[in-house]
Design a protein around this ligand. Structure first.
Ligand code: IPE
Ligand code: IPE
Ligand code: MG
Length: 250
């Protein structure tokens, strides 16, 4: 199928995932293969982000969560961390007009108070300015850790139990989800990981309980619109049972 055919077949198939999450991995390996610095890989990765955000909006996806920087990533060499933070600031500034033009609402999940003040300011400004957009919700997971998020939720629940704002009987899936940083977002339907690693790496641990997984060997800077559409087409062929028996097999 050529790209246009693939795009129309994905949109016509119905069953479009509502929320796609991506672990954008492989920037370093992409750079190494070319004898470049890891930071060149991150720069190339930003180009892929732009392409994927555009196509996600085009096909009418509602939520796209991108694992942009993990809590553990702070432990990388200082130069690499600074380069990533600089890229985040530059890209957010540069792309704001396109986000506005395309009706994209930017949000962030993670401990963004840990970002350098200037970077945080630029990010919060873009979040504020795109607040009323009604198209794709672009969620950047930044300084994010799934375990830290769960622990913070437990702490907040404990506080609300002590003050009798909630009672133990109130605690269920829905209430717990509402204490997570992703409150208000549906759980991801599809999780894509690029560059072949078969692990979650502390990403949305609670939220991916029944998410469909798709791992491709393609490195993030090489990941194309076509690769994205292929992942969605693959998802559309899946039989999601949620622990039950599919109606056709009863
Ligand atoms: C993903 O690419 C980007 C971030 C984690 C910020 P990597 O930098 O992890 O690339 P590899 O895994 O070393 O190839
Ligand atoms: C996960 O990739 C984090 C992001 C994509 C931002 P990593 O490269 O940090 O994960 P590991 O080290 O392979 O598990
Ligand atoms: Mg990696």
């Amino acid at each position: 199928m050529n790209p246009e055919e693939l795009k129309s077949s994905v949109t016509a198939a119905g069953k479009l995932p509502e929320h796609v999450a991506i672990i954008m991995d492989g920037n370093g390996r992409w750079a190494r293969k070319r004898g470049l610095l890891r930071t060149a890989g991150h720069r190339a990765g930003v180009k892929t982000v732009k392409k994927i955000v555009r196509i996600a909006g085009d096909i009418g996806l509602k939520y796209l969560t991108l694992f942009t920087f993990s809590t553990e990533n702070w432990k990388r060499p200082k130069d690499e961390v600074s380069a990533i933070m600089r890229l985040l600031e530059q890209t957010t500034k540069k792309e704001l007009s396109e986000l506005l033009e395309n009706n994209v609402r930017l949000i962030a999940t993670g401990n963004i108070e840990n970002l350098p003040p200037k970077k945080r300011e630029v990010l919060l400004d873009a979040i504020e300015r795109t607040r009323n957009n009604t198209g794709l919700v672009l969620n950047l997971a930044l300084s994010y850790s799934g375990r830290a998020e769960i622990l913070q939720a437990i702490k907040n629940i404990t506080t609300d139990l002590s003050s009798k704002k909630i009672s133990p009987d109130d605690i269920n899936d829905e209430l717990f989800s509402s204490y997570l940083q992703t409150n208000g977002l549906p759980d991801p339907d599809l999780l894509i990981r690029t560059s072949g690693e078969m692990r979650i790496s502390n990403f949305l641990l609670w939220q991916t309980a029944y998410t469909e997984l798709y791992v491709t060997d393609v490195l993030w800077p090489d990941f194309s619109e076509d690769d994205f559409l292929k992942a969605i087409a693959d998802y559309q062929r899946r039989d999601r049972r949620f622990g039950m028996v599919s109606p056709s097999k009863k």
